[in-house]
Design a protein around this ligand. Structure first.
Ligand code: ADP
Length: 456
């Protein structure tokens, strides 16, 4: 069922219920008014029974409204009938009713064919000459009932007509409101499943459809970048793997053809080995990326000791790069609150992130001193690595997290463009952020991690 149909149905159902409730209210109000009017008339006629004893001429000629099928009975103290008017005597007077009427006024209804609605009656008593008499009047409220039936008919027909109008109006409004969305749907071409270059044009300026089109276009833009990056990734990865293998093949073929001495063969083998190591490193990085892609944050909920993890990483890094100086500093806020601050995650993965960032800081700065600072700001812990290296060109800073993207100022500095991609994925899993700020001769990479603090 389309949204338009759903809106129409809901709208019509809502209006129908409101109309029905309103009609019921009108009908009930009229019915209670009719009942009280009829009761008044019967009451007045029953009280006029007193005239029977005082002025009989006036009693018979009294202009009290005579209702259809009206019948009056006056009974004496011993329930003996004193007076009976003409008209159908279709209500059997019971002792119980008469006894009740002697105590106070009684109103009653009863079925009296051929009328299809009940007849109404009032029984009351009055004292004349020290004796209590009972006067009973019954009648059928024909004009009231007719008015009530007409009202019912008008309400019924009116409701149906209004409901049809409301259904049409609802559908028209729903169609009108959904038109901007219909126009967007028409622009989406399913045959262009792999083409993200099209953009949606919204005819309206500042409504939900324009907002949807804007968000969709933004998404298309990101998908386009992703598709381009994937294309670049495949082309670059296959090139990076094929090149060392082709070189190794060439070295080995040349060695077989020309190397006569064992020392020459050994030299060729060493060259081939170096190239193979490059290919193995790339394969390892790609495997690591694939592994990290499949990780889920729920599986890594350990309380990580950040200082231990950093010290451990620095010592491991120091063994690989003995000439690299690292200035490690903890901020005062962090030192004061470190015992009460907890970071949840995986220390092994955070170590991988730190190694990748330190590796970059070292290789892109020709081993100039690196600073590593830890700070605590609100509920975020920041680990910042700053180097005095070549920096990253402004235009490329947004691309460096994409797989195999390298800035164009790297020259011959080795690398595959995967370190920061892996680091970003790991930090995403930790619900943190990785921030890179760079200017000429200085790059700062900050890891922001959510930290929970136990209140003091
Ligand atoms: P790579 O193996 O190329 O270093 P990364 O994913 O670690 O791959 O980094 C991606 C790119 O970001 C690098 O190629 C480089 O252009 C840039 N980059 C990262 N860190 C630094 C840094 N500290 N100084 C200058 N450029 C950097």
């Amino acid at each position: 069922m389309s949204i338009k149909q759903r809106i129409t149905i809901w709208f019509a159902a809502l209006v129908a219920s409101l109309l029905l409730l309103f009609s019921l209210f009108i009908y009930q109000t009229y019915e209670s008014y009719r009942r009280s009017l009829m009761r008044n008339r019967l009451q007045r006629r029953a009280l006029a029974g007193q005239l029977y004893f005082q002025n009989r001429v006036e009693f018979h000629s009294s202009g009290y409204l005579t209702l259809p099928d009206q019948h009056e009975t006056i009974l004496g103290p011993a329930n003996n009938v004193i007076y009976k008017s003409s008209g159908p005597d279709d209500h059997k007077l019971t002792k119980g009713l008469l006894a009740q009427a002697r105590k106070g006024e009684v109103q009653f209804t009863y079925d009296a064919p051929p009328w299809n609605k009940p007849k109404e009656g009032v029984a009351l008593s009055f004292i004349i000459g020290g004796q209590r008499y009972v006067s009973v009047v019954t009648a059928y409220d024909l004009p009231g009932r007719q008015a009530s039936n007409s009202l019912l008919f008008i309400l019924f027909v009116g409701n149906i007509v209004l409901l049809v109008i409301v259904a049409f109006a609802g559908f028209w409004f729903a169609r009108r409101s959904m038109r901007p969305f219909d126009q967007l749907i028409e622009q989406m071409n399913p045959s262009a499943a792999n083409d993200f270059s099209f953009r949606l044009q919204s005819t309206s300026k500042a409504d939900e459809a324009a907002y949807l089109a804007g968000s969709f276009n933004e998404l298309l833009g990101r998908l386009q970048v992703l598709a381009d990056s994937q294309e670049h990734f495949v082309a670059y990865a296959s090139h990076e793997i094929r090149t060392p293998l082709t070189v190794v093949k060439g070295i080995l073929e040349t060695s077989i053809a020309y190397d006569k001495q064992l020392t020459d063969t050994r030299l060729s083998m060493e060259k081939a080995l170096l190239r193979l190591e490059d290919a193995i490193n790339l394969a390892n990085s790609l495997l690591q990326l694939a592994e990290v892609e499949g990780l889920q944050s729920v599986k890594m909920q350990q309380d990580v000791n950040i200082v231990d993890t950093i010290l451990d990483t620095i010592s491991y890094f120091g063994e690989k790069h003995p000439n690299q100086k690292i200035d490690f500093a903890l901020s005062d806020t962090f030192t004061e609150r470190s015992q009460l601050t907890h970071v949840m995650g995986s220390s092994i993965l955070l170590r991988t992130v730190l190694i990748n960032i330190l590796d970059n800081a070292s290789k892109y700065s020709e081993k100039k001193p690196i600073s590593l600072d830890v700070d605590l700001t609100g509920s975020q812990m920041a680990i910042t690595v700053t180097d005095q290296g070549i920096g990253i060109p402004d235009k490329q800073i947004s691309e460096i997290f994409m797989p195999m993207m390298r800035a164009n100022n790297v020259g011959k500095i080795p690398g595959f463009g995967l370190g920061l991609t892996i680091a970003k994925k790991i930090i995403d899993i930790h619900q943190g952020t990785l921030q890179v700020v760079s200017k000429t001769n200085q790059t700062s990479v900050s890891i922001w991690l959510p930290a929970s603090t136990i209140p003091t």
